[in-house]
Design a protein around this ligand. Sequence first.
Ligand code: PRP
Length: 181
Amino acid sequence: MTRYAGDEIVERVLLSEDVIAARVAELGRSIAADHSGHDLRLVTVLRGSVIFLADLCRAIDVPLALDFMAVSSYAGGSGGSVRITKDLDDPIEGASIVLVEDIIDTGLTLNYVLTMLRARNPASLSVCTLLDKDVRRIVDLPIEYRGFAVPDRFLVGYGLDIAGRLRNLPYVATVREDAVA
Ligand code: PRP
């Protein structure tokens, strides 16, 4: 396996590059089949999701546009306090929105973002997440396109970071317990 700077904290590869690529291709086909002839927009919450988005959008063979937003949880916030730090550039009224996430954990971020986007009257609003840490869910949310259910472990790679690093690993891996202690 190719070594990456910092990957000595990797415990084991959970999802290999090949396994991810195969699933992303399936998700892309599903999204394309459901959105042919629509004004399809992939909306992504920065930052980690951009890796998944870059592969996913190329697996969707219908016309689409991309837009980005950024959010920040209030310091020490619990209960889903989220602040928008970068809004979408384009209006979404009448568009078919697929919100692309790398991982859904408690669901609090997504719940906030979905509520905000729904108020802008898109024609449709669905969710595509590569990873679903469903055992951690606090808010129940509909997820139309789901890559993989994952265990309640600290994960890095393919967009997921530890202290801002290792997003560039091409696989998803668990990290050694002592690295997150
Ligand atoms: C991750 C992920 C979601 C959020 C999910 O982002 O991309 O936005 O956490 O967690 P939740 O379901 O508990 O709300 P993160 O805050 O790690 O930001 P990043 O993508 O910039 O790393």
